[in-house]
Write a protein that binds this ligand. Structure first.
Ligand code: NAD
Length: 481
């Protein structure tokens, strides 16, 4: 029972179904490398069916009043909570993350669903005073239209729910390309929405070859908005395609968060908070702290503390409640970790702990701490997306700001200081969509999430998370002619 896993079908026009060509893709448990199931592989014929369903459903759904939409989202949120242990179990089997993290993700996704449903009741327009007494001017919010969403494997539900929840709450329909590495938990999310009463065609779920699906959906005239979460390189490709076809875009892309420890910080507390945060989801988090920049006066203590936290991680199968860090989600990440580490060593870096694959079954990689990593090492420039922690000393405020802002990324940044003046100064100096001071920040539904520069544009969550799926329409009327 603990390891049971069912195959995943496509969800099109309110029906769970195999792909028309009956093609499938294998799903692998990253902790065991065993094929545990299959998912249906959509091709153009399936996408055409989803496009036609989304097109028809949009006309009806956009005219359902927001109170009715809110009730459906609220029910979906409650179903997610009721089913949370089973969905978390499925997520851990196909993704690898510790069961507690899976459970927290399902509950956060329920909260996101609630929030977006509630926000749909507050999608206010405005009355604008006119220059004539017999003319009134009104700005109303309208759903943008059918959406194509592309969501990744690192948070199988938490990424998809921002797109599905935002679109559905706003009155849009959506075709979501779920994560091929972790299809079944994402399908459980869609099931909760369907069981809550989302009408047929409003949500359509497909899997397949990502480029084949995006190249077909993005230019398609039915689709009016693109929302993508994933790497910067793919995001730039999709954004340029969307631009060519004049489609609205939200891009949640990669990050390379600096974590700055100033000389006046409590180093023991800071290292506990930030090092444990590093290993959440095995570091496969776009807002993961990545470049640790520590004032020289605390450097040695911080490195020692980080090594202790790293060595205390229990790396293993996420189903074991003692596990604090699971395997990487797929073999590409394992190859990437080996590449990043050997590249850094070749350029003079020192491994303080970890640095290699753990065991020879499952995609486990040791929590790794490195020092003396030069700025031309690949891990200091590309998103490592794994359990690697390069730690570098700094001397002055200006020097650390320069390093923090050196990269084209700008998603999240962390700082630790006991001076409110430094906190204020660093928050305004950092080029980043999110700045977190004295805490290992975790996404919360009430505030916007997103980056600047190469980390993308547009926001999810917060009031912006609904706005992203709506457009303003201006209506003006003269009382008579
Ligand atoms: P990848 O770049 O091939 O894929 C990243 C995501 O984009 C996946 O979900 C994939 O299905 C999707 N994708 C890839 N090509 C696509 C296309 N042409 N059209 C539509 N979707 C496409 O890399 P990967 O090996 O899966 O992950 C590695 C990198 O991706 C990581 O290093 C990280 O930088 C990034 N990533 C970021 C996030 C995030 O939360 N921002 C999530 C997952 C992966």
């Amino acid at each position: 029972m603990e390891n049971s896993y069912t195959d995943t079908q496509l969800f099109i026009n309110g029906q769970w179904k195999d792909a028309q060509a009956k093609e499938t893709i294998d799903v692998i448990n990253p902790a065991t490398e065993i094929v545990i199931g299959k998912m249906a592989h959509a091709r153009k014929a399936d996408l055409d069916e989803a496009l036609s369903a989304a097109d028809k459903a949009f006309i009806k759904w956009k005219n359902i009043n927001s109170f009715e939409r809110y009730k459906v989202l609220r029910k979906a949120a409650n179903l997610l909570r009721e089913r949370s242990s089973e969905i978390a179990r499925i997520m851990t089997i196909e993704h690898g993350k510790p069961i507690g993290e899976s459970l927290a993700e399902v509950n956060l996704s329920a909260d996101i669903t609630d929030w977006l449903g509630e926000e749909s009741r507050r999608a206010y327009g405005r009355l604008v005073p006119s220059r004539s007494s017999d003319i009134y001017q009104m700005v109303v919010k309208e759903p943008v239209g059918p959406v194509a969403g592309f969501s990744p494997w690192n948070f199988p539900i938490n990424q998809a729910v921002r797109k599905i929840g935002g679109a559905v709450a706003a009155g849009c329909s959506i075709i979501i390309k779920g994560p091929e590495e972790t299809p079944a938990s994402c399908a459980e999310l869609v099931k909760a929405y369907a069981d809550a009463g989302v009408p047929e065609g409003v949500i359509n779920l497909v899997y397949g070859i990502p480029s084949e699906i995006s190249e077909y959906l993005i230019p398609h005239p039915v689709i009016r908005k693109i929302s993508f979460t994933g790497s910067t390189s793919v995001g730039k490709l999709l954004a340029s395609m969307a631009g060519l076809h004049m489609k609205l875009v939200t891009m949640e892309l990669g990050g390379h968060a600096p974590a700055i420890i100033f000389g006046d910080a409590n180093v023991d507390n800071a290292v506990q908070l930030i090092a444990n945060n590093k290993f959440r989801n095995a570091g496969q988090v776009c807002v993961s702290p990545t470049r640790f920049l520590v004032h020289e006066s605390l450097y040695e203590k911080f490195v020692d503390g980080f090594i202790k936290v790293s060595e205390s991680q229990v790396v293993g199968n996420g189903l074991d409640p003692k596990t604090t860090m699971g395997p990487l989600a797929h073999d590409r990440r394992l190859d990437a970790m080996e590449m990043f580490v050997s590249d850094a060593i070749g350029k003079g870096a020192k491994i303080k702990t970890g640095g290699k694959r753990k065991g020879n079954k499952g995609y486990f990689f040791e929590p790794t701490v490195l020092t003396d990593v030069p700025t031309n090492a690949r891990m200091m420039n590309e998103e490592p997306f794994g359990p690697l922690a390069p730690i570098t000393p700094f001397q002055s405020f200006d020097e650390v700001v320069k390093e923090a802002n050196r990269l084209p990324y700008g998603l999240a940044a962390f700082a630790f200081t006991n001076s409110s003046k430094t906190a204020e100064k660093i928050s305004s100096s950092i080029e980043s969509g999110i700045v977190s001071v004295n805490q290992p920040w975790m996404p919360v539904v009430e505030v916007p999430f997103g980056g600047i520069k190469d980390s993308g544009y547009g926001r999810e969550l917060g009031t912006e998370g609904l706005e992203a799926y709506m457009l303003s329409k201006f209506i003006t009327q003269k009382s008579s002619i």
